[in-house]
Design a binder for this molecule. Sequence first.
Ligand code: RFL
Ligand code: PHB
Length: 387
Amino acid sequence: MKTKVLIIGAGPSGLLLSLLLKRKNISTIILEKQSSEYVANRIRAGILEPGTVKLLKKAGISNRVTKEGLKHNGFKVAHNNNIFDINLKYLANDCVTVYGQTEVTKDLMNKLTNENVKIIYNVPKINILNIEDKPLVEFDFNKTKESVRADFIVGCDGFHGISKSYIPNNIKKIYKKDYSFGWLGILSDTKPISDELIYINNKNGFALCSMRSKKRSRYYLQCEINENINNWSDDRFWDSLSKALPNDIKNNLQTGPSIEKSIAKLRSYVLEPMSYKKLFLAGDAAHIVPPTGAKGLNLALSDVDKLSSAFISFYEKNSELDLVNYSNVCLSRVWKTQRFSSWMTNIFHNVPKEDNFLKKLKHIEMENLLFSIHAKKILANNYLGKY
Ligand code: RFL
Ligand code: PHB
């Protein structure tokens, strides 16, 4: 097989990149480790920045997000039993859209199927050769050995992917932080407690009331780093969540059976540079942010926007400049997003064994945020993806 751009990973980054290139007749093949059902049903992000919605429009898949996405003009912060409004519209003149990553993925998959783009699922093992010059990718499929020659390889294979290992150790630099707590998440077909998201900081740390639709709720609780999911019955989850809620809204909580329950580890991670010779990394393959600021998917798709434009310049104008600059251009946004996500994670969570000086500073940081219009404006802009 032969293609212009070989993409590893059919998550949102890989799928969107393929679609943006298809619109300019640049051929791609996607190789994905998992089955299509697994990819389509993985529960993850829920909040789209306005720039991300615009990008989905540019890719020609905005019908459903425009109709079914919920536009939120703000969110709430609960601190010490009080509820504060962060009015995005008033503070920064824009809004976010609640639309699940599962739905973005399904929209992308349907469009690519209609456009006859080749996606090969269930590819367990990939080997990349000759990355410096004319790359060749070998893989096993249905017990036979296959190979694809490509002009470029793009690693969209998430944090646990293999593509980043092809950047030589003497070239790459890794910055990372693992947090000493996790998130326990639950999805349930119950009416959300509020018509806006509520980010909660109370004596037990962080909790989040989110949603996927007006009938489907997504809730998270800060949990121990090595928490065992089997210790969390639905009843225990609802009971702990109820204790985390401010008194004024406790009684509005609708409980019901969970349709998904999972634990996520929190980490910050950046790999520099995001490219090496004919290999480019995009999305979680190159960087991870803790989910507190709702940034991972948005950042991943912003990489893809830049990378697709760089490939288009290369094939249409014979210019390599944007490909050469790709890593630096992306990293500028990546680090601003890292700063915001880590700041938000820090002020909302209880850090085990944190000394009392840092605890006090955190408290003051939160109060400064909630009582300063300037601090709120910065939060609102950053939450919308404006830095
Ligand atoms: P993905 O989605 O991880 O997709 C990578 C794909 O690559 C495949 N793969 C391989 N394929 C072939 N060969 C290999 N060797 C491979 N290894 C892996 C995988 O199977 C997979 O299909 O990366 P991508 O496309 O870069 O997308 C990134 C986003 O998924 C991620 O950043 C977000 O989900 C993060 N995130 C959130 N982001 C937001 O913008 N807003 C949110 O509200 C938000 N909430 C969240 C989140 C992530 C969470 N978790 C699970 C950490 C909430 C949570 C709880
Ligand atoms: C979610 O709904 O999954 C979600 C929303 C906001 C966040 C993180 C996750 O900050």
